[in-house]
Design a protein around this ligand. Structure first.
Ligand SMILES: [Zn+2]
Length: 365
């Protein structure tokens, strides 16, 4: 969910309107904005999360699995202060060193905190799929250079929305929270370094252990072209990365049809705990089923129109996604803002491309 605020910004079409560095960074605010909390999931697994997942900054979950000789961590937080917060939480959980850091995918909200991990555990090995490494060393990661500026513009836009009395109170509140987090976010996203993986794999990477063996798996394309999931069969815990994001899925550069197939493979694993890329631990399959149903709904509505050469803008007018969207948002006005910005807008575009045999390109469009 790396570019979520940027997606909202693009949707609002205010990118060009904002002046340079509308909101200045405030480093003193960053530790508060990127604060983390820890929840024990099993005897050997913890989730380190950012409270209020639907408030910015949208930070990926960090999962810690304790093996006999050390720790395996899934994702690193999305900024240097976020990584520092995660490292501090890990030190409270165990004195064992982090031996492996696994990236679920390339989006920065899951890996731009890795510098703090490198400093804390110099012997640590970072693992990702080969595709994720290519993305992190290529054009898809280039957005990082403009990240702080994007968030500065975003916070400025948020302040204007928060003051717009034509908007419902709950939406203004959401924008007000975004604006308030702005200076700390801008500081956190300034001067970023990308840390690509040391070791890559294509289908499977095993980290054996007597108590908590781990399999890192590529199950197919979905959220990106190189998503890894982390499976701890003894704990029956699955870290799904942004293949599963709650309470609103994230669709930026997704492959709708393949995403469904990948989610079905994920569901076939005998998990008792599914840790999504964002949001709380799930103990059943209800939410994953809802995401699959949503993807099927969009493909079913968009596909025939796309193949009949109906222009995309017209397709958007003709389809009816209201019941599907309501299944995620309920009556929450802020979630209604988010779902168009991060899920349905891109999902319709991607389903349209898919139906017409056009490529979804990571980092573009
Ligand atoms: Zn994410």
């Amino acid at each position: 969910m790396g570019k979520l605020l940027c997606a909202i910004l693009a949707t609002a079409a205010v990118v060009a309107a904002a002046p340079a560095w509308a909101v200045a960074p405030d480093a003193a605010q960053a530790p508060k904005v990127f604060l983390r909390q820890t929840e024990q999931v099993t005897a050997r697994a913890h989730l380190i999360y950012k409270p209020n997942p639907t408030d910015p900054p949208f930070e990926g979950n960090v999962v810690v699995i304790e093996q006999t000789q050390g720790l395996v961590v899934v994702d690193a937080g999305g900024s240097p202060p976020s990584g520092e917060a995660a490292v501090a939480e890990i030190r409270k959980i165990s004195r064992k060193p982090v031996r492996y850091l696994i990236y679920t995918h390339y989006h920065g909200d899951h890996n731009l905190g890795a510098g703090a991990f490198r400093a804390a555990w110099p012997g640590m090995i970072v693992v990702s799929t080969a595709r994720t490494r290519e993305n992190m060393t290529g054009a898809p990661m280039a957005y990082v250079a403009g990240y702080a500026k994007s968030y500065s513009d975003m916070a400025d836009f948020a302040a204007s929305q928060a003051a717009d009395m034509k908007l419902p109170a709950a939406v203004r509140d959401g924008w007000a929270r975004t604006a308030k987090a702005g200076p700390g976010m801008v500081a956190g996203y300034t001067g970023l370094t990308v840390y690509p993986a040391d070791k890559t794999f294509t289908d499977r990477f095993s980290i054996p252990d007597a108590e908590a063996p781990i399999e890192v798996l590529f199950l197919g394309r979905g959220n990106t072209d190189g998503d890894a999931v982390v499976w701890a069969p003894r704990q029956r815990l699955l870290a799904a990365g942004d293949l599963v994001v709650a309470p609103i899925p994230y669709a930026a550069h997704t492959y709708p049809g393949e995403w469904i197939a990948t989610l079905k493979k994920l569901e076939a694993l005998d998990y008792a705990y599914l840790v999504p890329g964002h949001g709380p631990v799930m103990t059943d399959r209800t939410y994953v089923e809802k995401v699959i149903a949503a993807l099927e709904t969009v493909r079913a509505q968009v596909g025939p129109l796309a193949r009949a050469d109906v222009p995309l803008a017209e397709v958007r007018k003709r389809i009816d996604l209201a019941p599907m969207k309501a299944s995620f948002t309920g009556d929450d006005p802020w979630l209604k803002v988010l779902i168009d910005a991060v899920f349905t807008g891109d999902l319709v575009s991607n389903a349209y491309k898919e139906a017409r045999g056009e490529a979804v390109v990571q980092g573009k469009g």
